[in-house]
Write a new protein. Structure first.
Lengths: 455, 334
């Protein structure tokens, strides 16, 4: 049957073009792949190939015609044995719009489509008896518990097995679980992260240890483009149950390349969850939850906290929900919001403020994405002031997000502009005195609060 | 590439049964006609964005597919339609994804470059050049971890072979003896840059040598050569000897993507390949020589055209995804 050859779209953005030259004329036979015409688009001169075999019955557009809209009939292709009259029939009966049925709809208004409901905050369950352990022990215990619980869980990274962990977080795991499940890698973050993500796409549950989160930059494409997006791109078929963990933020005197916070980097990505434990209980409860979570979860640990002791529930089933903040200290005059090592700084600041008669509420975020905005907003509505405290840089940081939440959701309750306390906006210096100047300390928080109360 | 079949070719005549040849012919033709239709739908504005056609390279994926069994996994770049069809994914579901409709494999949320099938063990469909090589190594890792004899087929172009993670993956696969078949589809051009201008290594099949990875250079336009090499690679991997590298010398007839005017090569080069090396015509000639009747080809052509027409019809009538789909599949609800 005779068919129409339509003006093709030859690039993602082309809407019209110029028919520069007919390479095949009426009466000429063509087979699939033959060039029949040349078309000029806004970007290039492109060749139009026949997609079917036949004879060009007639051309409908003259050479040199400009601004021919995509899908306009430009020629008639006759099947074997058909005569030129068939060309006229098909031209008359053609509805040029029939082939171009893609509706150009405006994207859905994000205000109309409802976002999933925020995680409901509840009071923390009482897990009973606790014992004092270090954050390092808590992390190891969490991994050991989950490795025992699920054969699909394995730990992979540099020095995690024979060396027992660069920071001794995986101490003893090789002995208990063997080299099949505690896997040393060469120094090859891009490669082993991609490999672990691939294994996770099949349903295995890797824990990827980065010796420090700084090295995750070598692998960030797999974290974002391969791990975080595949569930969506596959229409829900293929999730990626994986944990990326390691020490984040400044350690001590290790210079610019080893001292930075990645909370804001990873919190930006839909498809990822991000947690940042402070205490041993946070570390154990959140890491267990991260390993069980069917989604990719980033666990931002902190080297300085590894050796610090906190009370941690001894209950074998202890686990914390991702997405819920914890109020570490209740107060009435100002809300201090912090995560990871800055929770300690905020608590110190609260103690100083208390001596001055100022009652500060300290929120330990625990989870950066999803962010427990409900707990933050409820606190702000009570205290009427908010100061965020983070070690990372100020620009587009977590503090910017928290202050926006306060302004958007509790504006009428605010008695002072929200304030941010952040690490200084510069690469970390090595010199001991300069490094000290670059990182937030309790005094900075106290000053920010005093300013809010004064203004 | 010279005109003579490589040493791995048909020195001893066809190694395939008539039934297998018919299946291979049908599969190659399906990929070809599917891609031609995709090109047509793109021209009509029904497919948007990036669309990379597989036309010319059919023997590679079909020849390897002949050696795959249930449970074997595959993964590739964005030139992925052929791999999906050979993995057993339906032409309807693939075409409807190309048009961004709810009947597509990703319900319209992936597009040409991002399709997956858990059921058919096809792991995408990746838009970042080289990323699938590390991910595919992970598929092989999972096979070994679970103690199966399944293999992972990892396709990538000669362009991707310049990416560092390819060699990180080679090292990991060789260290762990992973059942991973790396298939370099050397179609000579990484977008507009010829292999001569992109690689100091002139023989890509040797790129796994430092890690002791067994390899073959194969005439990727000849399904017999591809089949035979794939058979060796699959046996090697299934028996626990570690990874295998196949360099397939092939050719794409179309541009890198639909919007590529392909000015970096002479039209005569393309025509010469089509005329003398076309994988479908080469197989057909061999089948005719072996006594298969002309009518067989007509029947296959009719059958394939009907499948592709049905897929195209489905891809145009399947509804666009609901607006609510915007917010689904971002996270798995725990």
């Amino acid at each position: 049957m005779a068919s129409l050859i339509l003006m093709p779209a030859l690039s993602p953005t082309m809407t019209e073009g110029t028919l520069a030259r007919w390479v095949k004329k009426a009466g000429e036979a063509v087979s699939a792949g033959d060039v029949i015409a040349e078309i000029e688009t806004d970007k290039a001169t492109m060749e139009v190939e026949a997609v079917d075999e036949g004879v060009i019955g007639k051309t409908l557009v003259a050479e040199g015609t400009q601004n021919i809209a995509v899908n306009t009939p430009i020629a008639v292709l006759l099947a074997e044995g058909e005569d030129a009259e068939a060309a006229d029939t098909v031209t008359r009966s053609a509805d040029p719009a029939a082939g171009a049925s893609v509706a150009i709809e405006t994207p859905a208004d994000p205000g109309i489509v409802e976002a999933p409901e925020a995680v409901q905050a509840e009071n923390d369950r009482d897990w009973g008896e606790t014992s004092e352990i270090t954050v390092r022990q808590a992390l190891r215990d969490a991994m050991a518990a989950e490795l025992r619980r699920d054969e699909d869980v394995f730990l992979i990274g540099e020095e995690v097995a024979q060396y027992q962990g660069a920071y001794k977080v995986s101490q003893g795991l090789l002995d208990e679980f063997g080299e099949k499940r505690i896997i040393d890698t060469p120094i090859t973050e891009h490669g082993f992260t991609g490999m672990a993500v691939g294994a996770a796409l099949t349903g295995l549950k890797p824990i990827v240890e980065f010796m420090t989160m700084n090295f995750s930059l070598q692998a960030v494409d797999h974290i974002i483009n391969s791990a975080a997006k595949t569930l969506y791109m596959s229409g829900g078929q293929m999730g990626c149950p994986i944990v990326f963990r390691g020490p984040n933020g400044a350690a001590a005197r290790v210079g610019a390349q080893h001292s930075q916070c990645f909370a804001s980097w990873f919190a930006h990505i839909p498809g990822l969850k991000v947690v940042a434990p402070w205490s041993a209980a946070d570390a154990k409860g959140l890491l267990r939850a991260a390993i069980r979570d069917p989604n990719p979860v980033i666990v931002l640990e902190n080297e300085i906290l590894y050796g610090q002791k906190f009370p941690c529930p001894v209950d074998e089933d202890f686990i914390l929900p991702i997405g819920r903040a914890k109020i570490e200290r209740e107060g009435t005059d100002v809300t201090l919001v912090a995560f990871s090592i800055m929770v300690g700084v905020a608590l110190e600041a609260a103690a100083i403020l208390a001596e001055e008669g100022i009652s500060a509420e300290v929120i330990n975020l625990r989870s950066i994405r999803p962010l427990d905005t409900e707990t933050i907003v409820r606190s702000v509505k009570k205290t009427n002031r908010i100061v965020s405290v983070e070690e990372g840089w100020p620009v587009a940081g977590i503090g910017a997000e928290i202050c926006t939440v306060a302004v958007e959701q509790a504006f009428d309750w605010l008695d002072a502009p929200p304030a941010r306390v952040c690490g200084l906006d510069l690469p970390m210096p090595y010199a001991a005195n300069l490094e000290k100047l670059a990182l937030p300390k309790p005094d900075w928080v106290v000053d920010a609060v005093r300013k809010q109360l004064r203004d | 590439m010279d005109e003579t079949p490589s040493a791995s070719g048909r020195s001893n005549g066809p190694a395939l049964s008539p039934e297998t040849m018919k299946r291979a012919y049908r599969d190659m033709l399906l990929v070809r006609r599917f891609e031609e239709k995709a090109g047509q739908l793109y021209g009509m504005g029904l497919i948007g964005g990036f669309c990379h056609l597989y036309i010319g390279q059919e023997a590679v994926v079909v020849g390897i597919g002949l050696n795959m069994k249930q449970g074997d996994k595959s993964i590739t770049s964005y030139r992925d339609h052929g791999q999906m069809l050979v993995a057993g994914m339906t032409p309807r579901g693939v075409m409807a994804e190309l048009t961004g409709r709810s009947g597509g494999y990703s319900r319209g949320k992936g597009g040409s470059m991002h399709m997956f099938s858990r059921e058919k063990e096809f792991y995408g469909g990746h838009g970042i050049v080289g990323a699938q090589v590390a991910l595919g190594t992970g598929l092989a890792f999972a096979n070994k971890y679970r103690g199966t004899d399944e293999v992972s087929i990892v396709y990538f172009g000669e362009g991707a072979s310049a990416q560092g993670q390819v060699y990180e993956s080679f090292n990991l696969a060789a260290l762990h003896k992973l059942p991973c078949i790396y298939v370099i589809e050397n179609n000579r051009y990484g977008m507009g840059t010829s292999i001569e201008r992109a690689s100091a290594s002139k023989d890509l099949s040797r790129n796994g040598e430092p890690w002791g990875i067994a390899s073959r250079k194969v005439d990727g336009m000849d399904i017999f050569a591809v089949h035979e090499a794939a058979q060796e690679a699959v046996e090697h991997c299934r028996s626990g000897k570690g990874p295998f590298l196949l360099e397939m010398e092939t050719y794409r007839y179309r541009g890198h993507s639909m919007s590529d005017p392909a000015k970096y090569r002479q039209r005569s080069e393309v025509e010469e390949m089509r005329r003398t090396r076309d994988p479908i015509e080469t197989l057909k000639a061999e089948m005719l020589r072996s006594g298969i009747e002309e009518s067989v080809f007509r029947d296959i052509e009719t059958d394939v055209k009907a499948i592709v027409a049905d897929a195209a019809e489905f891809a145009q009538t399947s509804p666009e995804p609901e607006h609510s789909e915007l917010w689904t599949d971002i996270l798995v609800e725990a």
